[in-house]
Write a protein that binds this ligand. Structure first.
Ligand code: MEV
Length: 298
C-alpha cells in the first residue's frame, strides 16, 4: 500500500490567457489531495463522491489514470482519495487528484515513470477530459513552488500570506474555457488584446515576486481580476469576496482558476482579518501559503 499527495494551486496571474500561449504565474499551495493505492482483485475507487469501479462519470480523472498504466496492473487496484481541496473550485483539485494517483500507481506498480512523465501524462488526461487545457495545473501540482508557464521558470517562494475565498458555487473549467473561446471568436479585436494584457502581467509580476514587492504584486492581481471579468468569467460572488478582501487591507485580490464560481485569492500581511472579511461576505476562507512540495509519497 502506498499513499501519495499532491498540492492544489493558485494563479498570481494568467489563467485563461495561458490557454492561448500567454505567460502565467501559478503557485502550489499547502492544500493537498491524498491518494492511497493497493493491489486488489478488482478496480475500486473510494472518494467523497462515492464508491465506484472504473467510472468515467463519477471518477473520470482517476479512471483515466488507471487506464494510462493498466498494462502494469496485474489484476486490479483499490484507490482511496481524501482532499483538502473543494472540487470544481478553481484550486486545481482535478490536477491534484490526477497527479497524486499517477504517482501512487507508478510507485505501487513499479512503472519507472519520472516526475516529468507524470506531469506529461497528467496534462494528457486534463486535455482529454477538458477539451482544451494548458499544462499549468498538472505541472505545478507535480513540481510544487512558484512557476511561470510556459517557460517553466521557478521563482522565489513568496513570504506573504495567501487567503483563499471559496464562493461555494461549482464551476466547470471545460465550459468556462469554451465560453472564453467563443467570446474570442466573436470579438477578436477586443478580446485578443485583453488576453495579451493578462499575459504581460506575468512579466511585471515575476520581477515583483523576486523583489518581494507584495503591495505592487497585489495591484497587478487587482488589474488581472478586472481583465478576467472582461473575459466573462467573473461572478457577483467572486467580486464580492474580492472587494471584501481588499477593503480588509489585502494588497490585492482576484479570481483564481477558471472562475464563474469557485475561488478567489488574496495576498496580505493580515490573514486573519482578510479571512474574517471573506467569511462575513458569505465565503469560506482558507489561510494558506505557497508550498515548495509538489507530488510526494507520504
Ligand atoms: C484552470 O485552473 C486554468 C485555466 O487557464 C485552464 C487551463 O489552464 O487549463 C482556466
Amino acid at each position: 500500500m502506498i499513499t501519495c499527495s499532491a498540492p492544489g494551486k493558485i494563479y498570481f496571474s494568467g489563467e485563461h490567457a495561458v490557454v492561448y500561449g500567454e505567460k502565467a504565474i501559478a503557485a502550489a499551495i499547502d492544500l493537498r489531495t491524498r491518494v492511497t493505492v493497493q493491489p486488489s482483485g478488482d478496480f475500486i475507487i473510494n472518494s467523497s463522491l462515492g464508491s465506484t469501479g472504473l467510472d468515467d462519470r463519477k471518477h473520470p480523472y482517476v479512471t483515466q489514470c488507471v487506464r494510462k498504466i493498466k498494462d502494469f496492473i496485474p489484476t486490479g487496484v483499490k484507490i482511496d482519495i481524501t482532499s483538502d481541496l473543494p472540487v470544481g473550485s478553481g484550486l486545481g483539485s482535478s490536477a491534484a487528484v490526477t497527479i497524486a494517483t499517477l504517482y501512487a500507481l507508478s510507485i505501487c506498480f513499479d512503472t519507472n515513470h519520472t516526475l516529468s512523465d507524470i506531469a506529461d501524462l497528467g496534462y494528457e488526461i486534463e486535455r482529454t477530459l477538458q477539451g482544451v487545457a494548458s499544462p499549468t495545473d498538472t505541472f505545478v501540482s507535480t513540481m510544487g513552488g512558484v512557476i511561470t508557464v510556459p517557460d517553466r521558470q521557478t521563482l522565489t517562494l513568496p513570504k506573504c500570506h495567501i487567503v483563499v475565498g471559496n464562493t461555494g458555487s461549482f464551476s466547470s473549467t471545460r465550459e468556462l474555457v469554451a465560453s472564453v473561446n467563443s467570446l474570442k471568436q466573436a470579438y477578436p479585436d477586443t478580446i485578443d488584446p485583453v488576453i495579451s494584457a493578462i499575459g504581460k502581467l506575468a512579466d511585471y509580476g515575476s520581477g515583483l515576486i523576486i523583489d518581494l514587492n507584495y503591495p505592487a504584486l497585489g495591484r497587478l492581481m487587482n488589474i488581472n481580476h478586472g481583465l478576467l471579468d472582461a473575459l466573462g468569467v467573473g461572478s457577483n460572488e467572486l467580486s464580492h469576496l474580492t472587494w471584501a478582501s481588499r477593503e480588509a487591507g489585502a494588497w490585492g485580490a482576484k479570481t483564481t482558476g477558471a472562475g464563474g464560481g469557485g475561488c478567489m485569492v488574496a495576498i496580505t500581511d493580515q490573514p486573519e482579518k482578510v479571512a474574517r472579511a471573506i467569511k462575513s461576505a458569505g465565503g469560506q476562507a482558507f489561510i494558506t501559503h505557497v508550498t515548495p512540495y509538489g507530488v510526494k509519497a507520504e
